[in-house]
Design a protein around this ligand. Structure first.
Ligand SMILES: Cc1cc2nc3c(=O)[nH]c(=O)nc-3n(C[C@H](O)[C@H](O)[C@H](O)COP(=O)(O)OP(=O)(O)OC[C@H]3O[C@@H](n4cnc5c(N)ncnc54)[C@H](O)[C@@H]3O)c2cc1C
Length: 388
């Protein structure tokens, strides 16, 4: 396999790298270490810039006006875009635009008009409400939120937990049990306006993330019309499965940016900091940490690029995407941890971005499916998929 970027990809990598170094980092240096937003005027200026570069709305499919990037190029960009303090959860502060919820590309024309296109124009925000207090690793079986039909309407009762951004969202994609099947064939997806009577944001849940708070939601006798059903009744889990697996690849690539940057910082620090009469770089214990970082970064990069290339060739990539997510999230956590160790006291402070990456990376081993569930996905494919 050839993991070298093409000439065009190299040009894109260099363009994004320059953008991060020259536009994002100087602004970020003046922000609070936990900041999640740029000044609105800077934001508007940078969005105009990414539009001019032809990269705005990176994840929007080409038929909906996106730049039509292949998965490999998208992953290479994610590696570059996340190389700054807020880069893990807010790469380039959103100046490359959002894509809306991937599932909405499967919506009816009327639903697209009402939710997808306003989301793509930045006029509406959505959130994804799947996880419940009863569990998120195996949501198909854990979902207790119920919807029952009443004429042309559905009445939804239940609760959701850890739903990112619901406090600021205009609509939510809510998964509820509608059938007798206790698993994935009894769940329906509904698009619900967050101002619907009965939709409550119970509380904001503070997590290791600096921004993008999670929330707890409850639904009491929440009535929605039948037009709110996304896809088919009892087939909520079938929607956009391929797109979800594909999303794991840039998600994994995004973990690599902080790891690469942390390694650069560790190398620089080790070469210049002295202890016991010589630089840290001369101590074998430090050299080994730097080498282990390099092994982790390269291993994760290969996994990400292999998954991306398989996706681009139209081959099955479920196992590879799960492996990339698992390897990159775990490797990046180790790299940042070692980089902090090499930095000593200053590594523990908010003067450096390491502590934010360390905290936020920890979530990556649970979010979008815990490491154990990624292993389960791979085991099913390797062993034949006949067990649960
Ligand atoms: C910051 C943050 C933001 C989130 N945002 C959203 C969101 O926007 N929308 C949304 O729907 N959800 C969201 N989630 C929920 C997230 O997807 C779930 O937390 C995750 O899927 C795990 O579900 P759980 O917390 O219920 O853990 P559980 O399902 O209770 O699992 C607990 C642990 O058990 C282990 N485990 C589970 N299954 C297996 C298995 N088969 N074999 C071995 N071990 C296993 C794993 O270690 C797992 O971490 C978010 C979570 C966080 C922390």
């Amino acid at each position: 396999m050839d993991f070298r970027p093409t000439q065009e990809q190299q040009l894109i990598i260099e363009t994004v790298r320059r953008y991060v170094r020259e536009e994002i980092e100087p602004l970020e240096a003046g922000l609070d270490p936990d900041a999640g937003e740029l000044d609105p005027a800077d934001q508007a200026r940078l969005v105009a810039m990414t539009k001019q570069m032809g990269f705005y709305g990176l994840d929007i499919p080409e038929e909906f006006g996106g730049p039509g990037l292949d998965t490999t190029t998208r992953a290479l960009m994610a590696i570059e875009m996340s190389q700054h303090r807020a880069g893990l959860y807010n790469p380039c502060y959103g100046t490359f635009g959002g894509a809306g919820l991937a599932q909405l590309y499967e919506a009816t024309d009327a639903q697209k008009e009402r939710y997808l296109y306003p989301a793509l124009r930045g006029e509406k925000k959505g959130c994804f409400a799947l996880t419940e207090p009863s569990g998120g690793s195996d949501p198909a079986r854990a979902i207790k939120t119920r919807a029952h039909q009443d004429g042309d309407e559905w009445i939804i009762n239940g609760s959701k937990l850890y739903i990112s951004g619901a406090d600021k969202a205009d609509f939510a994609l809510v998964f509820a049990r509608t059938g007798d099947d206790p698993g994935r064939n009894g769940v329906t997806a509904f698009i619900v306006d967050t101002d619907t009577p009965g939709f409550h944001v119970e509380r904001v849940v503070h997590t290791l993330r600096s921004t993008h708070y999670a929330t707890e939601l409850s639904f009491t006798e929440m009535r929605v019309s039948h037009d709110s059903v996304l896809g088919e009744v009892n087939r909520g889990f079938a929607i956009a499965n391929d797109r979800l697996s594909r999303q794991r690849i840039p998600y994994a690539a995004g973990c690599l940016g902080p790891a690469i940057k942390a390694q650069e910082m560790a190398v620089e620090w080790a070469k210049n900091r002295e202890a016991f009469g010589s630089t840290l770089a001369e101590k074998q214990a430090v050299q080994w940490m730097i080498v282990d970082n390099e092994i982790d970064i390269r291993h994760a990069r290969w996994c990400v690029l292999e998954a991306a290339q398989r996706a681009d060739r139209g081959e099955r990539f479920r196992t590879e995407a799960a492996m990339a997510k698992l390897v990159a999230s775990e490797a990046a956590g180790r790299v940042v941890d070692r980089a902090m160790q090499i930095h000593g006291g200053i590594g523990m402070t908010k003067d450096l971005p390491l502590e934010r990456w360390y905290r936020e990376l920890r979530i990556r081993r649970v979010g979008e499916g815990p490491s154990e569930v990624q292993r389960l996905i791979m085991a099913r494919e390797i062993l034949g998929g006949s067990f649960k």
